[in-house]
Structure formats: structure tokens, C-alpha cells
Design a protein around this ligand. Structure first.
Ligand code: N01
Length: 535
């Protein structure tokens, strides 16, 4: 008998719910978590300004009506500490701590076909066996620091936003560089600018950002959400992004310029990225439609930033709005009006090296006390790449994914029996409200595990042709949109040498859920069960 029925890797939103769901299904389950606390992305990304860009009423579990009732969010867009408090509340409320092992980094997982089990080894040398392995490592957990010569010689302090020190960092009066202007850089820079002596923001690619308009959630608003939560959640599950949105249902090009401008302004005033992109049906489909919203945002940047030359540099031009994650901030662009903030063009003047006292670009040297890397992640496959996962016949996941990560329905990949990936490549994952997509995957996995056990089978794995057909479908859907037009982490373009494949499924969470349900209704179509260890 194996030590456990299921090993779950990670204890963020996905791992926590996997523990709850699998344990409730009567399985012996443990989540192994590298961090010293639960929370995953919300544990590691504790940098100042870290805040969710999905509304709290959406970015929360829906599996328990009692949980929904007894938790009240304080803000429309929750800040990192509140999300972490929520996850602690969930672990306490459902008694999950006994099934979670912290400070436990999984280093390898090896499938044994003879025994029909996984052997999971952790950094402390301990080994556990389990029939099923569930990856809940997250899409954005392997942080990426660019390989800049001389970084080791830097005499000041340096940080990565996704490995922020728990004790915090004091930038008061300091000379600070922020490198990177994606969602993380856009959130952290204004916080640093507020206290720093001087802040240089190194921008390689300008990024679109829209306002948050964050606000406290009043008791009345909280009660109103709770009064119709069940119907609201049902709507979310059928939606495109996992959040009910009210768009116009029209093409951006079929309305007048004045009507469009009015609609964009309304969304700008209301705040939030998803409502913006859902406004017209073709904003993410045709460049001409997208250009209308791009120009609207560029106009707001020009209106906000007083130095016209700086404003122009902050105007993104290289990619369609939304093809990189639309950032949200109420103060990022205005920050450039502060006398202690300088924008550095790291495209025309790339960073070349770091020395003891600062950072050198192609044409200047910046004396610094601290460097903050907001340079993102080896996304989607990076965290699994850092674990030696070996499937049947000695096949390593790294080699199976050498040409880019892939999985049937984003859930399982051929050659890796009884191995499930929560929000894996080929699922809506990062193109949706992650919590909703996590719940759907965890419930699907729980039911699949119960099915395998109920059938008396040794294992389940996808058939290669089914996986290939799904991957081809995800590509077709992606390439009918504007998403692949950006050099983004969605395609792996941010990691030098990484194979570039657009892996998330952008066809919408509603259609995706229907497909997953249909596969089950058709007797796990595209999957094969093995009996008595025979493939
Ligand atoms: O990372 P990114 P992120 N020299 O990859 C730059 C989620 N998230 O951590 O675009 C100079 O988006 C790079 O430049 P370029 C969200 O899904 C959510 O900000 O490659 N610059 C880019 O500007 C998001 O999309 C929230 O030219 C270098 C930046 O670093 C995802 O996480 C908050 C460089 C990286 O941007 C990732 O966001 C935070 C170099 N050598 C994150 N290397 C919320 O919920 C990289 N860059 C709000």
C-alpha cells in the first residue's frame, strides 16, 4: 500500500482546495509546500502594493456557501495581506492544516508502472509514495531574474517582487531602481516612489494600465452580493473569463467614435481591466477594433503625465491592449510627475551590467542603494521544470515539453499516468478568474480519481491523439485572436531560449467547462484506463 492516495504539490489556492476536496472524497492526501506558509503566489508576492486585479467577490472560493457567508472582504480589489488572511481562514475553518506540510520542497516525482504509483522525493531527502500526483504549483511561481553580469557584486540590496522578504524592505530616502513594468512593476513602483530619495523605472516595453478605482466594500454592498451569490457564481461559471461581465454585445467598429469614447470613459471611471476588454465583442479579435481602445488609453496617459516626452515613452505601441495582461493602477502614470521619479528607456539603452555601486546601461551609470526586479516568471511550465518529474518508460516531463508545455484539456499529459495538473497548459487558467478555474479543475480531478478507483483501474492517462487534437484546437482558438501578437510570458517569450508556444486556452471558461463535462459524459473520452498495470 502506498503512503498516501494523493500527493499534491503546492498549497496555494489550488493546493488548499485540492486537499479539501480529495480528503472529503475519502482519500489520504497531503499537500507538500515549499514555502514556510500557505498561499502560493499570495505568500511569495508580498511586495508593497501587491493587490489582486480580480474583484474580491469573484476571486474567492464558491465551493461552500457557509464560507461565502462568513467571510466579508474589506476592499473591492483585495490587497495581498487580506488574500492571505482569507486562505488562513479557509485552512482553519475546514481543518486542513494536518494535511499540509510546509517547508517541504518537492525535488522529484517518479512514476513506477509495476507498482502503479508515484515516488515523491523532497529536498530533505524524504520519500513518499502515492497512487496519484496533483500539481498545484501555479502558473506564475518560478520567478525570473535576468542574467545581468555583475549582479553578485552589487553592494546594495536587491529583491525580486515574487520573492519579497517577509520582514519587508525600507526604501526611505534611498536611490532605487525598479526593473520591469508589467503588473508587478506597476504596482510596486508607486509605493517605492512615495518614500524613496529617487526612483528610476527601467522600462523595456511600455505596458497598458487602467485604473482600479479600489474602494472599501460597505456592509450594504457585501450583503447585496451575498443575497444573490448562488446565481452570480452560476453566471460566472458560464462566462468567458470566469467573471460575469456586461458588454455591449456590439463590435467596437459598428458604433460611432463618440459612442465608443463615452463607453470607454465610463469603464475608465468605473475601474477594472476585465470590464474594459469585455465592452465590445471584437476588442481582442481585430486590430482595428483594438486600436480604438489602445488610443483611448494612450490619450489618458498623455492627459495624466505632464512631461509630453515621458508620456510618449509610456504609451505602449508594440502590441494590442490585453495581449499582455492589462495592468491596473490608480497612481502608476501619475507617479511620473513626481520630481523623484525618472523613466529610463531600457529598450534604446539596455541594462548591460551591475557594479558594486549601481547599474550600467548602454549609455549611463546609475548610483543605487537598491534594485527591485519586477521581471516576472518562467510562467506556465517553469515551476514544474524545476522538479524532476519522470513518467512511464523514464520519460521526463522536461523533455516531453521541450517544444512547449501541453496537456489534454490542460489536465493530463500522455506518458504521465495518474498525474494531474491544476490549471495546466491548454486550460483557461491565466485567462480567467483563477479561483473559479482552480475549483473546476480540482472537482474534475477529484471525480476522475474516484472514477479510476471505482473502476478498479490501476491508472488513467490521456491518449496522445486526443491530446494532440486538443492542443491543435487551443492553437486555432488562440490564433483567431490578438493574444499571440505580443512577446509575452503567455508564449514564453520572456525567457531566453524557451520554446515559444501559446499554451492557455482562450475559448472561455464556459465552453471549456462544457467540453470537460462532455468528455466525462462520454466515458472519459480521449483517456485510457489501465487495469492490472497493463497499458
Ligand atoms: O511580469 P511580466 P510581472 N531588462 O512578465 C521586464 C500576474 N500578476 O511579474 O515586456 C529590462 O508581466 C519586461 O519587459 P518586456 C499577472 O498575470 C498579477 O509584472 O519583456 N526589463 C516586463 O516589463 C502578470 O501578467 C498581479 O520588454 C526586463 C517586466 O520585466 C503576471 O503576474 C500583480 C528584463 C516583466 O513583466 C506577471 O507580471 C502582479 C530585462 N532584462 C502580477 N527582463 C495582479 O493581480 C524582463 N523585463 C494585479
Amino acid at each position: 500500500m502506498t503512503d498516501l492516495d494523493v500527493v499534491v504539490i503546492g498549497a496555494g489556492f489550488a493546493g488548499i482546495y485540492a486537499v479539501k476536496a480529495l480528503r472529503d472524497a475519502g482519500l489520504r492526501v497531503a499537500a507538500l509546500e515549499a514555502g514556510s506558509g500557505i498561499g502560493g503566489t499570495w505568500f511569495w508576492n508580498c511586495f508593497p502594493g501587491a493587490r489582486c486585479d480580480v474583484e474580491s467577490k469573484d476571486y474567492s472560493y464558491s465551493f461552500s456557501e457557509e464560507l461565502q457567508e462568513d467571510w466579508s472582504w474589506s476592499e473591492r480589489y483585495p490587497a495581498q495581506p487580506e488574500v492571505l488572511r482569507y486562505l488562513h481562514h479557509v485552512a482553519d475553518r475546514f481543518g486542513l492544516w494536518a494535511n499540509i506540510q510546509l517547508n517541504t520542497t518537492v525535488t522529484s516525482a517518479t512514476w513506477d508502472s509495476d507498482r502503479a504509483q508515484w515516488a515523491v522525493v523532497t529536498a530533505d531527502g524524504a520519500a513518499r509514495t502515492a497512487r496519484f500526483l496533483v500539481s498545484a504549483v501555479g502558473c506564475l511561481s518560478a520567478s525570473s531574474v535576468p542574467d545581468i553580469p555583475g549582479l553578485g557584486s552589487f553592494g546594495g540590496a536587491w529583491f525580486h517582487t515574487a520573492r519579497w522578504p517577509k520582514e519587508g524592505a525600507d526604501f526611505t530616502g534611498k536611490r532605487v531602481a525598479v526593473i520591469g513594468t508589467g503588473s508587478s512593476g506597476i504596482q510596486v513602483a508607486p509605493e517605492i516612489a512615495a518614500v524613496a530619495g529617487h526612483l528610476w523605472v527601467f522600462q523595456r516595453t511600455a505596458h497598458f494600465a487602467v485604473p482600479n478605482r479600489n474602494a472599501a466594500v460597505s456592509p450594504e454592498a457585501d450583503a447585496a452580493v451575498k443575497a444573490r451569490y448562488r446565481a452570480y457564481r452560476a453566471q460566472a461559471r458560464e462566462s468567458m473569463l470566469g467573471v460575469p461581465l456586461t458588454g455591449t454585445g456590439k463590435s467596437a467598429l459598428e458604433v460611432t467614435a463618440a459612442e465608443r469614447a463615452g463607453a470607454y470613459q465610463e469603464k475608465w471611471n468605473a475601474g477594472g481591466g476585465m470590464p474594459f476588454l469585455g465592452l465590445y465583442t471584437d476588442l481582442l479579435i481585430t486590430r482595428k477594433a483594438n486600436d480604438t481602445v489602445a488610443e483611448f488609453i494612450r490619450d489618458r496617459i498623455r492627459e495624466t503625465v505632464t512631461d509630453p516626452a515621458v508620456a510618449e515613452q509610456l504609451c505602449p505601441r508594440d502590441y494590442p491592449v490585453g495581449a499582455k495582461r492589462l495592468a491596473q493602477s490608480d497612481d502608476y502614470y501619475a507617479m511620473f510627475n513626481r520630481p523623484n521619479v525618472t523613466l529610463v528607456n531600457a529598450r534604446t539603452s539596455p541594462i548591460v551590467s551591475v557594479a558594486a555601486s549601481g547599474l550600467r546601461t548602454a549609455d549611463a551609470f546609475y548610483e543605487l542603494d537598491a534594485i527591485v526586479f519586477a521581471t516576472g516568471f518562467d510562467a506556465i511550465s517553469g515551476a514544474l521544470d524545476r522538479i524532476a518529474v519522470t513518467g512511464a518508460d523514464g520519460l521526463s516531463l522536461k523533455s516531453a515539453w521541450a517544444a512547449g508545455p501541453h496537456a489534454y484539456l490542460g489536465l493530463m499529459t500522455a506518458g504521465f499516468p495518474n498525474f494531474f495538473i491544476v490549471t495546466g497548459p491548454g486550460s483557461p487558467s491565466v485567462f480567467s478568474n483563477m479561483v473559479l478555474s482552480i475549483e473546476q479543475h480540482v472537482e474534475w480531478i477529484r471525480d476522475c480519481v474516484s472514477h479510476v478507483l471505482g473502476e478498479g483501474a490501476s491508472w488513467i492517462e490521456p491518449l496522445a491523439p486526443a491530446e494532440e487534437a486538443w492542443v491543435a484546437h487551443t492553437q486555432d482558438v488562440a490564433y483567431s485572436t490578438l493574444f499571440p501578437l505580443a512577446d509575452s510570458w503567455y508564449v514564453g517569450a520572456n525567457i531566453p531560449g524557451k520554446a515559444q508556444v501559446f499554451s492557455p486556452y482562450v475559448g472561455g471558461v464556459g465552453p471549456y467547462r462544457a467540453k470537460c463535462d462532455e468528455v466525462v459524459a462520454n466515458g472519459y473520452e480521449g483517456f485510457a484506463l489501465a487495469y492490472n498495470g497493463t497499458r
